[in-house]
Design a protein around this ligand. Sequence first.
Ligand code: DOR
Ligand code: ZN
Length: 450
Amino acid sequence: MSSADLSVSGGRILLNGELRSLTLGITDGTVSHLVEDDTDLAAEETLALDGEVVLPGLVDGHVHFREPGYTEKEGIESGTAAAAAGGVTTIVEMPNTIPPVLDTERLEEKEKLFAEKSRIDFALFGAITDENVGTGDISALAEAGVTAFKTFMATSFGPLLMDDKGELFEAFEEVAATGLPLYIHAEDEEYLDLFRERARDEHGTDIAAFFSSRPPIAETTAVSDVLDIVDETGTETVIAHTTTAKALDRVATAREDGLPVHAEVTPYHLVFDEAALRQIGTRGLGTPPARDAANREALWERLRADEVHLVGSDHAPHLLEEKNRAPLEAAPGMPQLETALPSLLDAVASGKLTFGEIGKLYAERPARLHGLYPRKGSLQIGADADFVVVRPDEKWSVDADAFESSGSYSPFDGKTLRGNIYRTYQRGKLIAEEMNTLVQPGQGRQLTPE
Ligand code: DOR
Ligand code: ZN
């Protein structure tokens, strides 16, 4: 009889897009067995489930912790605790910290902080601005192990802005030479300049100002520009947090033409529309804005048509006092790691989504894109035994005060969701139970593209 360190039986395991009644065996932190549930598998430790769903640990390719520079908003210890609680076992962290990750020296500083403080496995982004284009820093960062780059076409938060199209073009060329993907915040800064002033004149401090200051045209124009650049440079590109159905349609057409472009959507933009956020207030605002209800439904339609390619949380906490400002001054972004999977489970419960889609969009594809597959992103034999056990029918209410994140507010606060997270495991080890994180800092391993 075969044996393992840990066996997980009685659950429904997501494998190749389907839920299967299998027993999972884990040896030395990796998946060693996937056997029919009635097969005897000797194991030192057993987890006997009762029909719960076992998903691969989620791979969140888009989170902002704030260390170094803004640790009061979120640190690596609290941010990775939030990830573990939320069923996320691998994160790729964004580079808009202070100082931004523009060269290998800053990358090394961040790597040291993560080695000491991260509770879960991690990879890091490199940043691109006019400061490091043409300096050799981009290829050096790729050599040093970043899994992707990020650039901002518009002001959002932090010191990174690339609003010059010539420089942007050069950045795409340089990233293409590394073979790594480029995530882009696609809003057109010139339009934002115009509409911000109009919004201020027309709406003053009413929350309507926020939505009209960043209209859909700012996103759709920027996405069209990006697609034209990708057509010339061939750079693998991710439109980060795409919010409009029109932009998704343009990406879909570009992919039909063979362009290596992917659309990422956040769970937040799938759940909230402008009307809901007007009620919630400035603490619920992020950029680009959520649009109207018809657009939100259109995002779901595109998702079901496989025209949304990735889900990322865009976890981006700020202090509550930075959120509670006039709408045009409020810091954009909020804690998302502890509500992303629960909100997707709720969508499964209401028939909008399948577990297979969660695994594909929020584990396998981000793992592939960041060069972490097959070690991460699925529960196939040989993969790291990262998994999350969920109870699809349990109803519960979000309590932002209970978050592991330093940010204890959320547009989901008080919302009742169906489907909760029972346990999270990394490399066969229990790291969170009932959304309380158990794993200590320093346990995370750095991942570089395979
Ligand atoms: O809402 C946002 N917050 N959007 C972004 O693009 C950046 C992020 C942040 O870092 O705060
Ligand atoms: Zn972001």
